[in-house]
Design a protein around this ligand. Structure first.
Ligand code: ZN
Length: 337
């Protein structure tokens, strides 16, 4: 079966819906499996929410409960930095009552459409608007822009839950108590996986606390959990990794005797592979320590397809690959490898 079709069918299965748009090759975006199939409760004034990437979709789905339908626009195999909205996506956004996105220019090619939607009076909210700007990173290479990958510090992503709670309460005041209850429970869960991350990553021997990944998505992760981070590719994936950058990384890995680097879901592995080969050519053995979920989550309907599961996976994998101590099956024993 064609891979896209398989994903679509899995998504349909997870959603339990039979009436979603076709997965055919008409250039349209197939339905995301990251949304809820709750269908909204018409008696409760059920309304429709459209979200962008999986990390946003998961949180919104949790807080919305059965008060609304949530539809995620981006599948878990797409890179949000370079995702171009299709005509279908624009129509979906236009038809939505509420739109949530991550922001800080993560969904760079959706910006115009989002600004237009907000201008038309629709409720459009960026989850990162809930984060205190003093907590945002502005690395030099971002040339005056904030780093958008805030979710990789789970405590910051927990702060974005309040944006969902407040936006949905404004849209549907009758549902307020439910939104508040679910938001509080969700924040607690996210903070629990944040604590797990702090504890596990602190067990990595000091010298090995170096995280090399496919692209620069882990600056917040590094700051929150005390690990030095390097991306093979620049901060957005629109720049190709230069040979000089690869050489610099090979030197660093060889000198510091770091033995594992990581690939990422939804990103090409070629550049990471080039670093592995470069290090081996210098007689230093580096292996690929596994695949991280940086800007996209796991399969819809799976544990890794939730934000908490994504963080649990990343933390457990990184800790163990770099010589630290973490339970093999993660925080809740739900990870199988
Ligand atoms: Zn990214």
């Amino acid at each position: 079966m064609h891979r896209l079709q398989a994903i679509c069918l899995a998504a349909l299965g997870a959603l339990g819906l039979l009436t979603l748009a076709s997965c055919g090759g008409d250039g349209s975006t197939p339905p995301s499996g990251q949304g809820t199939g709750a269908g909204g409760d018409p008696a409760a004034g059920g309304y429709s929410i459209v979200t962008t990437c999986g990390m946003v979709t998961d949180l919104v789905t949790r807080v919305a409960g059965d008060r609304a339908t949530v539809r995620g626009m981006m599948r878990n195999d797409v890179d949000p930095h370079t995702y171009n909205p299709t005509r279908n996506d624009i129509a979906t956004l236009e038809a939505a009552d509420v739109i949530f996105y991550s922001g800080l220019n993560l969904e760079a090619r959706l910006s115009d459409a989002l600004v237009r939607m907000a201008g038309s009076g629709k409720r459009v909210a960026a989850l990162t608007s809930g984060i205190d700007p003093k907590d945002l990173l502005e690395p030099e290479e971002f040339e005056g822009h904030f780093d958008p990958h805030v979710w990789n510090d789970a405590s910051l992503w927990a702060a974005s839950v309040s944006v969902i709670r407040d936006t949905l309460s404004a849209q549907d005041p009758a549902g307020r108590s439910g939104y508040e209850e679910r938001a509080t429970a969700l924040e607690r869960e996210i903070l629990a996986v944040h604590d797990y991350a702090k504890q596990c990553l602190a067990t990595i021997p000091e010298a090995s606390r170096v995280l090399v990944t496919a692209h620069d998505a882990f600056n917040y992760f590094g700051r929150a959990y005390g690990i030095e981070v390097h991306g093979v590719q620049g901060v957005t994936t629109e720049h190709e990794a230069g040979l000089a950058e690869i050489t610099r990384l090979v030197t660093m890995l060889t000198e510091r005797k770091v033995n594992a680097i990581f690939v990422e879901q939804a990103f090409e592995e070629d550049h990471v592979q080039a670093v592995v080969e470069g290090a081996q050519a210098r007689g230093h053995d580096v292996r690929i320590g596994g695949k991280l979920y940086s800007d996209a989550m796991g399969e819809p309907g799976s544990y890794r397809g939730t934000f908490v599961g994504m963080v649990d996976h990343n933390v457990t994998l990184i800790t163990r690959a770099l010589g630290g101590k973490a339970p093999e099956q993660g925080l809740y024993g739900k990870l199988t490898w």
